[in-house]
Design a protein around this ligand. Structure first.
Ligand code: ADP
Length: 561
């Protein structure tokens, strides 16, 4: 075997190794190792192993711990020290020197340091960065068997550690989210049970009254006056049932994000006076005074939703009257300017009633919450009003809040909303259905009523014949089609949900057969989407059940001029 010189030996390692070239080019004469030509073959062989290794490796030697490393080590340096070859170890890892010095010292005293995924926060291109390394460090011996330096194998495990951390964090986050979702579902379930229990109670109460008095009227011989009185009770309880259902529907629409305001010019003062007027009898009967100062809203007309403002005022003023037995209920109103043409209107409703404790008032705006939740409470109600009012006020760009409540002294509630001022003429604030319905005769007009419920048929028949209409009843869409072909009807009242052909199918069948008269939907599908869908399908109008006879006759009248 022929002798080889040292440069040739290095050159044989690999042609592509930049480190070999740099090693050869390096001024070794200035270091403790002396010129390459003087190196012993043991050292050269170690370096050949080092250069061939695909894992990052370096060795240090001498008291300055100068560094000699391989190609695989270059990416680990993160391009910070392109000239680190032959530099003291300290210059290679200055920012983590304490950690590195400790390792080197251990090795130089004969120890071996092995560690996995150790964090070193190094700087990369001037920015601190969290890095992780797995390494093995052991002593390097010279020909005399003395420790001359350190041999280090090193892997940059930052990516996999961070990926694992992220996976663990993600896992922990997913577990937290699942636990929260489970809790929400459990709470929702509890809330649903409580909701159903409350609903059941609040619906059964008026229903029980209606059924009870109906039975009395049907089975007992009553004086005309008593009969009249019981009818009133039935009507009042029916109206209260309708209100509960309307409130529930409103709340569920708000929760489903399907709530929409209907805006038009509103005279705020007239609307407030109208609401106050609705409570004047009740207040007078209880001997309490209603005071108001509406000077600031004199002549104020804004673009807003009068139905919703009325609903909130009815709730707050109604509560104030309900929970006050002596003294007064006062309503003040102030107006302040907001951006551009916007005004903020604030009502303060103050009463001298039973008041409540701080603890009671803290939980009031939850649905079905009442200050007195005991079974012995003196005042009726569903506990829906305030929750609904607050949500409605938010939709009107405002709020409902408690300003102050003191047990035994009374409460002050505040309702504010923002709206644009307008010069347009306000809409009449009295709902249409309260206008006189007997103004013009409907005698002789022929109406076909399609409804699968015999009771509803009878009700419709009674209401409509009372105003002179000639009513024919059928119980299905199929029958309606036959009937329309035989007789000229001026108008059709159509239930939507029916077995067989439903209201929509019947409507399109009638139209396809050339029937031209108005067809009005009369249905318990009472949401705005139901109305929109009915109108889009071609119904002339949409009247909801429970049937309000005034509203029904008014609507029919508007199509039978
Ligand atoms: P409801 O009056 O139908 O019970 P609300 O949501 O309007 O429902 O009110 C919830 C509860 O808040 C009432 O049951 C009552 O305990 C309390 N509350 C509301 N307004 C007043 C008031 N002015 N004075 C005393 N308590 C009130």
């Amino acid at each position: 075997m022929g002798a080889k010189n040292r440069s040739t030996l290095f050159g044989e390692i690999t042609k592509s190794s930049q480190m070999v070239q740099r090693t050869l080019d390096f001024d070794w004469a200035s270091t403790e190792l002396g010129p390459i030509e003087s190196w012993d073959f043991g050292l050269i062989n170690s370096l050949r192993i080092l250069f061939n290794c695909p894992v990052g490796m370096y060795c240090t030697w001498g008291p300055e711990r100068r560094v000699l490393y391989n190609d695989a080590y270059v990416p680990i340096l993160k391009h910070r020290h392109p000239r680190a070859l032959g530099s003291p170890l300290h210059d290679v890892w200055p920012e983590v020197w304490d950690q590195v010095d400790e390792i080197a010292t251990t090795v130089e005293t004969g120890g071996t340091v092995l560690a996995a995924d150790v964090q070193f926060d190094i700087e990369v291109e001037g920015k601190p960065r969290e890095n992780y390394y797995t390494y093995g460090n052991s002593p390097l011996f010279n020909a005399k068997g003395e420790i001359a330096g350190m041999l280090c194998t090193i892997l940059d495990t930052t990516v996999s550690v961070i990926r694992n951390h992220t996976t663990e964090e993600n896992l922990a986050k997913t577990i937290r989210e699942l636990q929260a979702a489970k809790m929400t579902a459990e709470n929702a379930n509890l809330a649903k049970s409580a909701f159903l229990a409350n609903m059941s109670h609040e619906i059964r109460t008026p229903l029980g009254v209606i059924l009870g008095f109906s039975e009395i009227i049907g089975t007992q011989d009553l004086e005309a006056e008593e009969r009249e009185q019981y009818f009133e009770v039935i009507q009042r309880n029916g109206a209260s049932l309708t209100r509960i259902i309307d409130d529930i529907l409103d709340l569920s629409k708000i929760e489903a994000g399907k709530f929409e305001l209907e805006k038009s010019p509103v005279n705020i003062r007239s609307l407030t006076e109208e609401v106050l007027g609705m409570y004047s009898d009740q207040a007078a009967n209880k001997n309490i005074q209603i005071k108001s100062d509406l000077e600031e809203i004199k002549d104020l007309v804004v673009i807003s939703d009068s139905v919703r403002i009325r609903q909130i005022l009815l709730n707050l003023i109604g509560n104030a009257v309900k929970f006050t037995s002596t003294g007064s209920v006062s309503i003040f109103c102030r107006v302040s300017q907001r951006a551009d043409n916007q005004k903020e209107v604030t009502f303060q409703i103050e009463d001298t009633g039973i008041g409540m404790t701080q603890e009671q008032s803290d939980r009031l705006f939850q649905p079905f919450t009442q200050a007195d939740a005991t079974s012995t409470r003196r005042f009726g109600g569903t506990g829906l009003g305030l929750a609904l009012s607050k949500n409605l006020a938010h939709a009107l760009n405002g709020d409902v809040r408690i300003v102050n409540c003191v047990t035994g002294k009374g409460c002050i509630f505040e309702f504010s909303f923002q709206a644009e001022v307008t010069n347009a003429l306000p809409q009449p604030s009295t709902p249409q259905n309260e206008q006189n319905i007997t103004d013009t005769s409907l005698e002789g007009f022929k109406v076909l009523a399609v409804d699968d419920s015999p009771d509803n048929q009878e009700l419709i028949q009674t209401i409509l014949s009372h105003v002179g209409l000639d009513v024919t009843e059928v119980k299905s869409g199929e029958e309606a089609i036959k009937e329309v072909l035989q007789r000229n009807y001026d108008l059709v009242l159509m239930d939507i949900q029916m077995p067989g052909l439903d209201g929509f199918g019947t409507l399109s069948e009638l139209r396809s057969r050339g029937f031209k008269a108005p067809i009005i939907a009369l249905t318990a599908h009472a949401m705005k989407e139901d109305r929109d869908r009915a109108l889009a399908a071609g119904f002339a109008d949409h009247v909801t059940k429970p049937i309000n006879s005034h509203a029904l006759v008014q609507t029919i009248r508007s199509y039978l001029k």
